[in-house]
Design a protein around this ligand. Structure first.
Ligand code: MG
Length: 380
């Protein structure tokens, strides 16, 4: 299966606006600008910290659960394969997948919710896409001449727009990212590659954890039930665990093929001839078909009800909330306890934002260490 959407892809031509950088960077090798951005991201400290951040399960329970880093690599594989099959810019798609979760705080979504709640008390919000942009534009310090990674406009636009639209009214600071236009297809497909990766992985890790049962998944998740029956017909007398693995792989292929076919069909249907047609179309073109979209929603609801909000994970979420909130309050009350490089930012960014930035950058183990230290220092 191959589709030719090449005419709608982000071009690799160095004169293109999407390849421009804030600080001109002379080409030193034959690598394309997006290949250079991929290297800058993979070598970033924030990227390495993804290894220590929770996806759904904390690594303390098993070495086999996905971390945010291994999840990121799974998304990158899917995004690159989809972009290649559709004739899109593979380097841009892979780079955007590698950076898509770089703005996540420790403890997964529980950590993000807690940090957002803390910031709301100070009239601010926490948003991991906006935070990812701040990481690549300001916090990473690898170059003598400027702060940040000096990424191309195409990658920075994709970071902010890969999963949702932002209004200029609410985010005037994002004006340079053409907020009234849709992002290129390479950015649009990242959110769906992300969905494909975690819909597969979370069933896998859920069973590994003992919190989900294969039989019940087959009963309640139609797409997995369908795949399971098919592999059961092909492999008789095989252990349930192997059938489940085969069914997960089949489900991932079905989701990926559907994304490619539906996106290509949508592009054809509006007669898009170039990137501008994709950008000016009122809706995103990268999508699943209505049937697969309904199955995706059904599975997502199942994961939410039976896994993400199950008691053992909710206990971890409460602990995460307690740790994030206690540390946030600690540094709000005593800013001089912040590391010097963060304390110096308070004048420009405001204390609440600086404290949230510091916490958001932490791994699970580092934040627990900080928490243990402040607890020890408290009077008994
Ligand atoms: Mg993700």
């Amino acid at each position: 299966m191959a589709f030719d959407l090449h005419r709608c892809a982000v071009p690799g031509d160095p004169d293109d606006l999407l390849l421009t950088r804030v600080y001109p960077a002379p080409l030193r090798s034959a690598r394309t600008p997006f290949q250079r951005d991929r290297e800058r991201i993979v070598q970033a400290r924030a990227f390495r910290r993804l290894a220590g951040k929770t996806q759904v399960f904390t690594s303390r329970a098993s070495d086999h659960f996905r971390s945010r880093l291994t999840h990121t690599m799974e998304v990158a594989q899917i995004a690159r394969a989809v972009a290649a099959t559709l004739g899109l810019n593979e380097d841009l798609a892979e780079t955007l997948a590698l950076v898509h979760d770089i703005g996540h705080p420790p403890f997964g979504h529980a950590g993000e919710r807690a940090l957002d709640r803390c910031l709301q008390r100070h009239g601010r919000r926490f948003d991991h896409n906006v935070h990812a942009l701040r990481i690549v534009e300001h916090f990473e310090q690898r170059y003598a001449a400027h702060r940040g990674l000096n990424l191309t406009l195409g990658v920075r636009e994709g970071i902010i727009k890969h999963s949702r639209d932002y209004s200029l009214e609410q985010h005037p600071e994002l004006a340079e990212y053409l907020l009234d236009e849709r992002p290129p297809l390479e950015a649009q497909l990242i959110d769906l590659a992300d969905e494909i990766a975690y819909l597969t992985a979370d069933l896998d890790d859920g069973v590994e954890s003992g919190l989900l049962e294969i039989g019940r998944i087959r009963e309640h998740v139609d797409i997995l039930g369908r795949c399971y029956r098919q592999v059961e017909r092909q492999h008789s007398g095989v252990d349930e665990k192997f059938l489940f693995n085969e069914a997960l792989q089949l489900m991932q292929n079905i989701l990926t093929d559907d994304l490619m076919e539906t996106t290509a069909r949508n592009v054809l249907a509006i007669g898009a001839e170039c990137l501008a047609d994709v950008r000016l179309h009122p809706a995103r073109l990268a999508r699943f078909s209505p049937q697969v979209e309904a199955e995706r929603l059904q599975e997502k609801r199942y994961l939410y009800d039976t896994l993400y909000t199950c008691e053992p994970l909710e206990t971890e979420h409460e602990k995460a909330e307690e740790v994030v909130t206690a540390l946030f309050d600690h540094w709000i009350n005593d800013p001089e306890e912040l590391p010097v490089s963060h304390f110096e930012e308070v004048e420009n960014q405001g204390l609440a934002r600086v404290v949230a930035d510091y916490i958001a950058g932490m791994t699970d183990s580092f934040i627990l260490l900080q928490y243990a230290q402040i607890k020890r220092a408290l009077p008994r």
